[in-house]
Write a protein that binds this ligand. Sequence first.
Ligand code: BYC
Length: 337
Amino acid sequence: MYTQSFNVQDTPGTKAVASVPSKEDPALQAAFDTRIDADGRIEPQDWMPDAYRKTLVRQISQHAHSEIVGMLPEGNWISRAPSLKRKAILIAKVQDEGGHGLYLYSAAETLGTSRDQMLEGLHSGRAKYSSIFNYPTLTWADVGVVGWLVDGAAIMNQVPLCRCSYGPYARAMVRVCKEESFHQRQGYEALLVMMTGTEEQKAMVQDAVNRFWWKCLAMFGPPDADSPNSVQGMRWGIKRISNDDLRQKFIDATVPQAKVLGVTLPDPDLKWNEERQHYDYGQIDWDEFWATVNGNGPCNKERLATRVKAYREGEWVRDAAMAHARKQQERSMKEAA
Ligand code: BYC
């Protein structure tokens, strides 16, 4: 549904921001800047400024954690899916999210940060993950709405990342986006079926949309004027489209889908603006967003505790896998000797 965005244009003027000369090595810095300006790719073996590396680790690890924590709200419904078909789809989707987390941890590892370091950041509460996963999934309709709106917002944000300047991240995102596109469609289809059902089912869908709409708009991050990382991220070709522009694209794409589905979006200010050729929309509650990002959303503590418990309980599996790998290595060394 959103794959047309593979052709999206960069926000105009983003390359106009002056680069900050690095004290590390002017010649290497100049070569790096030239490659970035020519829209080339940076690979793990290439020289890169420390700040570029740090920014990538911050964003990719935050993204990986989001995929892993994002398994929890939907995983909650696997045992209560209304049919075998829906259960099979949901299991596959949750597994895909786990896979996305693993590709992304691997991409971040190519920058010299170990998975253990990243997980320590998550488990200690220092690292961020997407705000959206700190809200509960209260009914089966929430599972459909997460697919339609949460995955829809994720794709809108992630398709431009397929053109990110860092090669391993860009390549990981190509596959992630294909799978997310399927996730979004299955969510929308599940909701279409519910909307042909009883009045109670329709009300359940509307209620889920009402609860998730504003939280999904906040997923794109703070307004451009309050986004400290945007200018440099765009200068480096990590971010291609600004938070506000992506949010607007998401709204413009979603309003017609809501009409087809037969639900209303809970914003009295949502109106087509002929002059701008976009929908106008109301105020997002940024205080609530920051409270959630800073650990005080409805499910933050529960989500973190679940991940820490899973990590601890999985320790014996990791130990066994390592012992097995060591034995295999010893055996192949003996055979080679
Ligand atoms: N939640 O300067 P800004 C998914 C933080 S979907 C929490 O604009 P940046 C999935 C931001 O990290 C979601 N924190 O930052 C879907 C920064 O703090 P730090 C995952 C947020 O990096 C379905 C501060 O606010 N997608 O995985 O230029 C099922 C200032 O922001 C949020 C990604 O992660 C938020 N919503 O832009 C399962 C995509 N928004 O780091 C899974 C990759 C902002 O300085 N990430 N913050 O302490 C990105 O594209 C960018 O990092 C963002 C933020 C657009 C999110």
